[in-house]
Design a protein around this ligand. Sequence first.
Ligand code: XUL
Ligand code: CO
Length: 437
Amino acid sequence: MNEFFSDIQKIEYEGKDSKNPLAYKYYNADEIIDGKTMKEHLRFSVAYWHTFTAGGSDPFGVATMQRSWDNLNGMELARARMHANFEFVQKLGLGYFCFHDRDIAPEGEGLAETNSNLDEIVLLAKKLSEETGIKLLWGTANLFSNPRFVHGAASSCNADVFAYAAAQTKKALEVTKLLGGENYVFWGGREGYETLLNTNMGLEQDNLARFFHMAVDYAKEIGFTGQFLIEPKPMEPTKHQYDFDVATVLGFLRKYGLDKDFKMNIEANHATLAGHTFEHELHLARVNGVLGSVDANQGDSNLGWDTDQFPTDVRTATLAMYEVIKNGGLHSGGLNFDAKTRRASFEPIDLFYAHIAGMDTFAKGFKIAHKLVETGELEDFVNERYSSYSSGIGKDIVDGEAGFYELEKYVLENKTIVNKSGRQELLEGLLNRYILE
Ligand code: XUL
Ligand code: CO
């Protein structure tokens, strides 16, 4: 096979004292924890679009990334990138990759030609997947780049665009099934609005729900059994995205009777754009039974947009993995690096440094979180904090045996209220103790 990263060998685990930048310090794929390997716990995935398709252009300048496939075009380029994907994923020892339909194959003259381009690359991906054991974590359709999606896709004011998005998603579901994709993601690209002055929000949201129902029905028809995921994001590219955050999406799914069919793909940088922490979004999804998968990245607190940086913050990774462990793992989901190297990190080796840094961060975070769950120090504190609901009047409230009359009687008969400290600083110190030991 043509080597696209010929000067890089397979990345090995060397342990925390290693100074080798091309080795894992914490991610030890075969290490068994609670009966499963770290590889099985973490289920890392490479994002095709950032790693093989995007060139590093920004609003002020053209692409900067230097890639060994830069001299190719069209389908030849598409084939080279797919080979590069499997070589890269194999050299890092990851198990998965994710793609949008348009990342992997170019659009043709019309939908038929576009589909046949896609078919050819999907067959290549299937062959390479069978040869290497590397699998598709999730597929999705790019319903935002082409100018036809200028007003959105399923929420477009133009029914012809809705139809096109449906046809494109039908095909994306078929190829995701063919590749054994374990999930299918809807990130609402341009599903939102720029100004309410020209927007019928009620119709747009009803149509978005109609679209999701069509996808669920079609998946059943073709026997696609992967998990459907919605990826919340509050803004960018539109001023307001309908899948704003976990709470908003939960309300939407329940309103339209879609809550049994969808879980969520939580992205760190989308959480912070929504004014939440990553762990808040994971926690809310978990306690509502919809934590499906994770787009692992991080933003920049000084910048107000989706910077999609590689995750290197151990504290955040620890709190994220705490939620994942409490969720009983990610099940069919995984940790997908929806992250790109900075525009100035343009050499192929930077792609390796970036993934190694992200994987080590999450591996370390996982180990710390595992210890926190195991000792139960944090959970014990929380349980004790709510212990007033385990007996007496608190238990009556929880069991539905006390209403306003009973509660008024209780207050009139009982002593003064005594509150206890929330101990935030003590708990922050406790968390640091686990991180720093
Ligand atoms: C955009 C984003 C997407 C989705 C897949 O912010 O996160 O790449 O993950 O469409
Ligand atoms: Co994402």
